[in-house]
Design a protein around this ligand. Structure first.
Ligand code: CA
Ligand code: CA
Length: 383
Protein backbone atom coordinates (compact mmCIF):
# COMPACT_ATOMS: atom_id res chain seq x y z
CA UNK A 1 0.00 0.00 0.00
CA UNK A 2 1.40 3.38 -0.99
CA UNK A 3 2.28 5.59 1.96
CA UNK A 4 -0.16 8.37 1.11
CA UNK A 5 -2.95 5.89 0.59
CA UNK A 6 -2.08 4.26 3.86
CA UNK A 7 -2.09 7.52 5.77
CA UNK A 8 -5.29 8.57 4.09
CA UNK A 9 -6.89 5.34 5.08
CA UNK A 10 -5.56 5.76 8.60
CA UNK A 11 -6.91 9.27 8.89
CA UNK A 12 -10.30 8.19 7.65
CA UNK A 13 -10.39 5.16 9.90
CA UNK A 14 -9.41 7.31 12.80
CA UNK A 15 -12.06 9.86 11.95
CA UNK A 16 -14.73 7.24 11.83
CA UNK A 17 -13.58 5.79 15.09
CA UNK A 18 -13.74 9.14 16.78
CA UNK A 19 -17.04 9.97 15.26
CA UNK A 20 -18.52 6.80 16.57
CA UNK A 21 -17.14 7.47 20.00
CA UNK A 22 -18.72 10.86 20.20
CA UNK A 23 -22.01 9.78 18.84
CA UNK A 24 -25.20 8.20 19.69
CA UNK A 25 -25.92 4.70 19.91
CA UNK A 26 -28.83 2.86 19.39
CA UNK A 27 -31.55 0.60 20.22
CA UNK A 28 -33.00 -2.79 19.87
CA UNK A 29 -31.56 -5.91 18.45
CA UNK A 30 -32.65 -9.56 18.06
CA UNK A 31 -31.59 -11.81 15.30
CA UNK A 32 -33.93 -13.89 13.26
CA UNK A 33 -32.11 -15.79 10.60
CA UNK A 34 -34.74 -18.20 9.46
CA UNK A 35 -34.57 -19.50 5.94
CA UNK A 36 -37.38 -17.72 4.20
CA UNK A 37 -38.81 -15.22 6.60
CA UNK A 38 -38.28 -13.72 9.97
CA UNK A 39 -40.75 -13.08 12.69
CA UNK A 40 -39.28 -11.33 15.70
CA UNK A 41 -42.60 -11.46 17.48
CA UNK A 42 -42.11 -15.19 17.89
CA UNK A 43 -38.82 -14.72 19.63
CA UNK A 44 -38.89 -13.26 23.07
CA UNK A 45 -36.03 -12.53 25.35
CA UNK A 46 -36.71 -10.45 28.41
CA UNK A 47 -33.23 -8.95 28.32
CA UNK A 48 -34.01 -7.33 24.99
CA UNK A 49 -36.33 -4.70 23.77
CA UNK A 50 -39.17 -5.61 21.47
CA UNK A 51 -38.30 -5.37 17.81
CA UNK A 52 -40.69 -3.05 16.02
CA UNK A 53 -41.64 -2.84 12.39
CA UNK A 54 -44.01 -1.00 10.09
CA UNK A 55 -47.54 -2.30 10.60
CA UNK A 56 -48.55 -2.61 6.93
CA UNK A 57 -45.27 -3.16 5.09
CA UNK A 58 -43.06 -6.05 4.05
CA UNK A 59 -39.84 -6.52 2.11
CA UNK A 60 -40.01 -9.33 -0.44
CA UNK A 61 -37.22 -10.91 -2.47
CA UNK A 62 -37.96 -12.85 -5.63
CA UNK A 63 -35.77 -15.75 -6.59
CA UNK A 64 -34.90 -14.11 -9.90
CA UNK A 65 -35.39 -10.65 -11.33
CA UNK A 66 -37.46 -12.15 -14.11
CA UNK A 67 -39.96 -13.75 -11.75
CA UNK A 68 -42.14 -10.68 -11.63
CA UNK A 69 -44.05 -8.82 -14.28
CA UNK A 70 -43.01 -5.26 -13.41
CA UNK A 71 -45.87 -3.68 -15.33
CA UNK A 72 -48.28 -5.53 -13.12
CA UNK A 73 -46.25 -5.81 -9.93
CA UNK A 74 -49.03 -5.14 -7.44
CA UNK A 75 -51.27 -7.84 -8.87
CA UNK A 76 -48.39 -10.27 -9.14
CA UNK A 77 -47.33 -9.71 -5.54
CA UNK A 78 -50.95 -9.89 -4.42
CA UNK A 79 -51.00 -13.42 -5.80
CA UNK A 80 -53.24 -12.95 -8.82
CA UNK A 81 -52.51 -15.81 -11.18
CA UNK A 82 -49.68 -17.25 -9.11
CA UNK A 83 -51.32 -18.27 -5.86
CA UNK A 84 -54.61 -19.65 -4.67
CA UNK A 85 -54.52 -17.15 -1.80
CA UNK A 86 -54.38 -13.45 -2.51
CA UNK A 87 -53.50 -10.57 -0.22
CA UNK A 88 -54.43 -6.92 -0.53
CA UNK A 89 -51.34 -4.98 -1.64
CA UNK A 90 -51.62 -1.23 -2.28
CA UNK A 91 -48.21 -0.50 -3.75
CA UNK A 92 -44.95 -2.19 -4.64
CA UNK A 93 -41.64 -0.44 -5.20
CA UNK A 94 -38.58 -2.18 -6.55
CA UNK A 95 -35.16 -1.41 -5.06
CA UNK A 96 -32.51 -0.19 -7.47
CA UNK A 97 -29.53 -2.38 -8.30
CA UNK A 98 -26.09 -1.36 -7.07
CA UNK A 99 -23.83 -0.56 -9.97
CA UNK A 100 -20.27 -1.72 -9.93
CA UNK A 101 -18.82 1.08 -12.02
CA UNK A 102 -17.04 2.95 -9.25
CA UNK A 103 -15.03 -0.09 -8.27
CA UNK A 104 -11.71 1.35 -9.33
CA UNK A 105 -9.81 -1.21 -7.29
CA UNK A 106 -11.30 -3.90 -9.50
CA UNK A 107 -12.54 -5.94 -6.57
CA UNK A 108 -14.34 -8.99 -7.87
CA UNK A 109 -17.36 -9.78 -5.81
CA UNK A 110 -18.89 -13.20 -5.63
CA UNK A 111 -22.02 -12.45 -3.68
CA UNK A 112 -25.37 -13.28 -5.16
CA UNK A 113 -26.74 -10.01 -3.87
CA UNK A 114 -29.25 -8.60 -6.30
CA UNK A 115 -30.97 -5.61 -4.83
CA UNK A 116 -33.39 -5.38 -7.71
CA UNK A 117 -34.86 -8.73 -6.68
CA UNK A 118 -36.18 -6.91 -3.62
CA UNK A 119 -39.53 -5.12 -3.43
CA UNK A 120 -40.91 -2.87 -0.72
CA UNK A 121 -44.63 -3.50 -0.50
CA UNK A 122 -47.39 -1.64 1.31
CA UNK A 123 -50.48 -3.58 2.28
CA UNK A 124 -54.01 -2.42 2.94
CA UNK A 125 -54.41 -0.88 6.36
CA UNK A 126 -55.33 -3.45 8.95
CA UNK A 127 -53.91 -6.39 7.01
CA UNK A 128 -52.86 -9.35 9.15
CA UNK A 129 -49.14 -8.91 8.57
CA UNK A 130 -48.15 -12.31 9.90
CA UNK A 131 -50.64 -14.02 7.61
CA UNK A 132 -49.39 -12.04 4.62
CA UNK A 133 -45.81 -12.94 5.48
CA UNK A 134 -46.71 -16.63 5.68
CA UNK A 135 -48.59 -16.60 2.37
CA UNK A 136 -45.75 -14.87 0.54
CA UNK A 137 -43.12 -17.09 2.17
CA UNK A 138 -44.92 -20.19 0.87
CA UNK A 139 -44.76 -19.10 -2.76
CA UNK A 140 -42.20 -20.90 -4.91
CA UNK A 141 -41.14 -17.72 -6.74
CA UNK A 142 -40.23 -15.88 -3.53
CA UNK A 143 -36.93 -16.32 -1.70
CA UNK A 144 -37.28 -14.06 1.36
CA UNK A 145 -39.97 -12.11 3.15
CA UNK A 146 -39.23 -9.86 6.09
CA UNK A 147 -40.68 -7.06 8.16
CA UNK A 148 -39.65 -3.47 7.55
CA UNK A 149 -37.84 -2.98 10.85
CA UNK A 150 -37.77 0.27 12.72
CA UNK A 151 -34.44 1.67 13.74
CA UNK A 152 -34.19 3.88 16.75
CA UNK A 153 -31.27 6.05 17.57
CA UNK A 154 -30.62 7.00 21.16
CA UNK A 155 -28.29 9.72 22.33
CA UNK A 156 -25.35 8.74 24.42
CA UNK A 157 -25.44 9.92 28.00
CA UNK A 158 -25.04 13.65 28.22
CA UNK A 159 -21.53 13.23 29.49
CA UNK A 160 -19.20 16.24 29.28
CA UNK A 161 -16.35 13.83 28.62
CA UNK A 162 -17.96 12.92 25.31
CA UNK A 163 -15.96 15.69 23.84
CA UNK A 164 -13.98 15.32 20.66
CA UNK A 165 -10.90 17.06 21.97
CA UNK A 166 -9.70 14.35 24.32
CA UNK A 167 -10.47 11.75 21.70
CA UNK A 168 -8.19 13.46 19.22
CA UNK A 169 -5.38 14.13 21.64
CA UNK A 170 -5.72 13.24 25.31
CA UNK A 171 -3.60 15.34 27.64
CA UNK A 172 -5.83 14.50 30.61
CA UNK A 173 -7.81 17.68 29.96
CA UNK A 174 -10.95 15.89 31.12
CA UNK A 175 -9.26 13.95 33.92
CA UNK A 176 -8.84 10.78 31.87
CA UNK A 177 -5.71 8.86 30.96
CA UNK A 178 -2.84 10.42 29.10
CA UNK A 179 -2.76 9.34 25.43
CA UNK A 180 -6.10 7.52 25.62
CA UNK A 181 -6.87 8.90 22.19
CA UNK A 182 -6.63 8.20 18.48
CA UNK A 183 -3.27 9.94 17.93
CA UNK A 184 -4.79 12.48 15.59
CA UNK A 185 -1.82 14.91 15.64
CA UNK A 186 0.49 12.02 14.79
CA UNK A 187 -1.72 11.14 11.81
CA UNK A 188 -1.87 14.79 10.74
CA UNK A 189 1.92 14.81 10.51
CA UNK A 190 1.46 12.39 7.60
CA UNK A 191 -1.66 13.77 6.04
CA UNK A 192 -4.57 15.96 7.07
CA UNK A 193 -7.20 14.93 4.63
CA UNK A 194 -8.35 13.23 1.46
CA UNK A 195 -10.42 15.50 -0.71
CA UNK A 196 -10.97 12.73 -3.27
CA UNK A 197 -12.64 10.39 -0.78
CA UNK A 198 -16.43 10.60 -0.51
CA UNK A 199 -17.84 9.51 2.84
CA UNK A 200 -21.59 8.99 2.97
CA UNK A 201 -23.08 9.88 6.33
CA UNK A 202 -26.19 7.70 6.45
CA UNK A 203 -27.99 9.37 9.28
CA UNK A 204 -30.40 12.21 10.15
CA UNK A 205 -29.05 14.43 7.37
CA UNK A 206 -26.38 17.14 7.41
CA UNK A 207 -26.49 20.90 7.91
CA UNK A 208 -24.66 21.42 4.64
CA UNK A 209 -24.49 25.18 5.13
CA UNK A 210 -22.63 24.92 8.45
CA UNK A 211 -19.44 26.99 8.46
CA UNK A 212 -17.33 23.97 9.37
CA UNK A 213 -18.92 21.70 6.79
CA UNK A 214 -20.01 23.70 3.76
CA UNK A 215 -16.60 23.56 2.09
CA UNK A 216 -16.30 19.82 2.64
CA UNK A 217 -19.70 18.77 1.31
CA UNK A 218 -19.93 16.47 -1.67
CA UNK A 219 -22.04 17.92 -4.43
CA UNK A 220 -23.39 15.93 -7.31
CA UNK A 221 -21.37 17.11 -10.33
CA UNK A 222 -24.06 16.14 -12.84
CA UNK A 223 -27.02 17.76 -11.12
CA UNK A 224 -28.35 21.30 -11.58
CA UNK A 225 -30.13 22.46 -8.42
CA UNK A 226 -33.76 23.41 -8.40
CA UNK A 227 -34.68 22.93 -12.06
CA UNK A 228 -37.03 20.02 -11.30
CA UNK A 229 -35.03 17.84 -13.71
CA UNK A 230 -33.00 14.72 -12.94
CA UNK A 231 -30.06 16.09 -14.91
CA UNK A 232 -27.68 13.18 -14.29
CA UNK A 233 -30.37 10.54 -14.78
CA UNK A 234 -29.65 8.75 -11.50
CA UNK A 235 -33.35 8.50 -10.66
CA UNK A 236 -33.40 11.46 -8.25
CA UNK A 237 -34.46 14.99 -9.15
CA UNK A 238 -32.26 17.88 -7.94
CA UNK A 239 -30.14 15.71 -5.63
CA UNK A 240 -27.26 18.10 -5.06
CA UNK A 241 -26.00 17.14 -1.55
CA UNK A 242 -27.46 13.65 -1.39
CA UNK A 243 -31.03 12.57 -0.75
CA UNK A 244 -33.68 12.43 1.97
CA UNK A 245 -35.18 8.95 1.85
CA UNK A 246 -37.51 9.28 4.80
CA UNK A 247 -39.28 12.33 3.37
CA UNK A 248 -38.56 11.36 -0.26
CA UNK A 249 -37.17 14.69 -1.37
CA UNK A 250 -33.82 16.03 -2.53
CA UNK A 251 -33.10 18.07 0.59
CA UNK A 252 -31.17 16.02 3.17
CA UNK A 253 -30.98 18.91 5.65
CA UNK A 254 -30.55 17.70 9.23
CA UNK A 255 -33.66 18.32 11.36
CA UNK A 256 -32.26 16.38 14.32
CA UNK A 257 -28.59 17.27 14.78
CA UNK A 258 -26.93 13.88 14.97
CA UNK A 259 -25.81 13.59 11.37
CA UNK A 260 -24.30 17.06 11.49
CA UNK A 261 -22.38 16.23 14.66
CA UNK A 262 -21.09 13.02 13.11
CA UNK A 263 -20.07 14.89 9.95
CA UNK A 264 -18.16 17.51 11.93
CA UNK A 265 -16.16 14.82 13.67
CA UNK A 266 -15.38 13.06 10.40
CA UNK A 267 -14.52 16.08 8.30
CA UNK A 268 -15.04 19.42 10.01
CA UNK A 269 -12.81 21.85 8.15
CA UNK A 270 -9.48 21.99 9.96
CA UNK A 271 -7.16 24.92 10.57
CA UNK A 272 -9.74 27.56 9.68
CA UNK A 273 -9.84 29.16 13.10
CA UNK A 274 -13.48 28.34 13.78
CA UNK A 275 -15.46 25.55 15.35
CA UNK A 276 -13.97 22.10 15.51
CA UNK A 277 -11.48 20.24 13.38
CA UNK A 278 -12.56 16.92 11.99
CA UNK A 279 -10.08 14.10 11.95
CA UNK A 280 -9.95 14.35 8.19
CA UNK A 281 -9.78 18.07 7.40
CA UNK A 282 -11.04 17.86 3.85
CA UNK A 283 -12.88 14.64 2.97
CA UNK A 284 -16.18 14.97 1.06
CA UNK A 285 -19.39 14.39 3.00
CA UNK A 286 -22.40 12.98 1.13
CA UNK A 287 -25.63 13.56 3.06
CA UNK A 288 -27.90 10.53 3.14
CA UNK A 289 -30.90 11.20 5.33
CA UNK A 290 -33.04 8.24 6.39
CA UNK A 291 -33.64 9.00 10.07
CA UNK A 292 -36.32 11.54 10.91
CA UNK A 293 -36.45 14.50 13.27
CA UNK A 294 -37.02 12.08 16.16
CA UNK A 295 -33.97 9.98 15.25
CA UNK A 296 -36.02 7.02 14.01
CA UNK A 297 -36.33 5.34 10.64
CA UNK A 298 -36.80 2.07 8.78
CA UNK A 299 -34.68 -0.57 7.09
CA UNK A 300 -36.21 0.08 3.68
CA UNK A 301 -34.94 3.67 3.70
CA UNK A 302 -31.53 2.57 5.00
CA UNK A 303 -31.21 0.10 2.11
CA UNK A 304 -32.14 2.82 -0.38
CA UNK A 305 -29.53 5.07 1.23
CA UNK A 306 -26.77 2.48 0.83
CA UNK A 307 -27.71 1.91 -2.82
CA UNK A 308 -27.70 5.66 -3.55
CA UNK A 309 -24.37 6.24 -1.80
CA UNK A 310 -22.55 3.46 -3.64
CA UNK A 311 -24.04 4.31 -7.01
CA UNK A 312 -23.03 7.95 -6.63
CA UNK A 313 -19.39 7.40 -5.72
CA UNK A 314 -19.07 7.07 -1.94
CA UNK A 315 -16.14 4.88 -0.87
CA UNK A 316 -16.99 4.75 2.84
CA UNK A 317 -20.46 4.48 4.37
CA UNK A 318 -20.80 5.72 7.94
CA UNK A 319 -23.61 4.14 9.96
CA UNK A 320 -23.96 5.43 13.53
CA UNK A 321 -27.31 3.78 14.08
CA UNK A 322 -28.75 0.38 14.81
CA UNK A 323 -31.65 -1.74 15.80
CA UNK A 324 -34.24 -4.03 14.33
CA UNK A 325 -33.77 -7.69 13.56
CA UNK A 326 -31.58 -9.41 11.01
CA UNK A 327 -32.51 -8.10 7.56
CA UNK A 328 -31.54 -10.07 4.47
CA UNK A 329 -32.24 -6.96 2.37
CA UNK A 330 -29.71 -4.95 4.40
CA UNK A 331 -27.14 -7.75 4.19
CA UNK A 332 -27.64 -7.97 0.42
CA UNK A 333 -27.05 -4.21 0.17
CA UNK A 334 -23.88 -4.44 2.28
CA UNK A 335 -22.56 -7.32 0.16
CA UNK A 336 -23.28 -5.42 -3.03
CA UNK A 337 -21.39 -2.44 -1.57
CA UNK A 338 -18.51 -4.79 -0.87
CA UNK A 339 -18.54 -5.96 -4.47
CA UNK A 340 -18.25 -2.29 -5.48
CA UNK A 341 -15.21 -1.82 -3.22
CA UNK A 342 -17.01 0.24 -0.56
CA UNK A 343 -16.48 0.06 3.21
CA UNK A 344 -19.43 -0.12 5.60
CA UNK A 345 -18.56 1.27 9.04
CA UNK A 346 -21.09 0.68 11.82
CA UNK A 347 -21.40 1.46 15.52
CA UNK A 348 -21.13 -1.54 17.83
CA UNK A 349 -23.57 0.04 20.29
CA UNK A 350 -22.93 1.43 23.72
CA UNK A 351 -24.28 -1.38 25.85
CA UNK A 352 -20.96 -3.12 26.60
CA UNK A 353 -22.37 -6.38 25.28
CA UNK A 354 -20.72 -9.22 23.38
CA UNK A 355 -22.07 -8.68 19.88
CA UNK A 356 -20.86 -12.10 18.77
CA UNK A 357 -23.12 -13.75 21.34
CA UNK A 358 -25.96 -11.26 20.93
CA UNK A 359 -25.89 -9.70 17.46
CA UNK A 360 -26.36 -6.00 17.07
CA UNK A 361 -27.24 -4.82 13.57
CA UNK A 362 -25.93 -3.50 11.28
CA UNK A 363 -22.51 -3.86 12.96
CA UNK A 364 -22.94 -7.65 13.34
CA UNK A 365 -23.55 -8.48 9.68
CA UNK A 366 -20.94 -10.99 8.54
CA UNK A 367 -19.69 -9.22 5.44
CA UNK A 368 -16.02 -8.57 4.63
CA UNK A 369 -16.44 -4.80 4.30
CA UNK A 370 -18.11 -4.23 7.68
CA UNK A 371 -15.99 -2.46 10.28
CA UNK A 372 -17.66 -2.60 13.68
CA UNK A 373 -16.51 0.23 15.92
CA UNK A 374 -16.94 0.25 19.69
CA UNK A 375 -16.76 3.37 21.82
CA UNK A 376 -14.26 3.89 24.62
CA UNK A 377 -14.12 6.58 27.26
CA UNK A 378 -11.29 8.93 28.19
CA UNK A 379 -9.70 6.19 30.30
CA UNK A 380 -9.75 3.72 27.39
CA UNK A 381 -12.59 1.77 29.01
CA UNK A 382 -15.55 0.51 27.02
CA UNK A 383 -18.48 2.89 27.02
CA1 CA B 1 -30.24 13.30 -10.18
CA1 CA C 1 -31.77 19.10 -11.40
Amino acid sequence: MHTSVKSTFYAITVSIFLMLISTLALAVMPDNQTIKSSDPAEKTDNTKETVKYKADELLVKFKTTTAINKSNAVAHLSGVGVSSTTIDILSAKQFKPIKNNNNKAGVQGNSQASLDNWWHIKLAEGTDLKRALNILSARPDIEFVEYNYEIRALLTPNDPHFDSLWGLHNTQQTGGSFDADIDAPEAWDNRTGASNIIIAVIDTGVDYGHEDLAGNMWTNPGEIAGNLIDDDGNGYVDDVYGYDFINTDADPFDDHGHGTHVSGTIAGIGNNGIGVAGVSWDARIMAIKFLGANGGGNISDAVNGVIYAVNNGAKILNNSWGGGGFSQAMLDAINAANDAGVLFVAAAGNSNRNNDASPYYPSSYAAPNVISVAATDHNDQRA
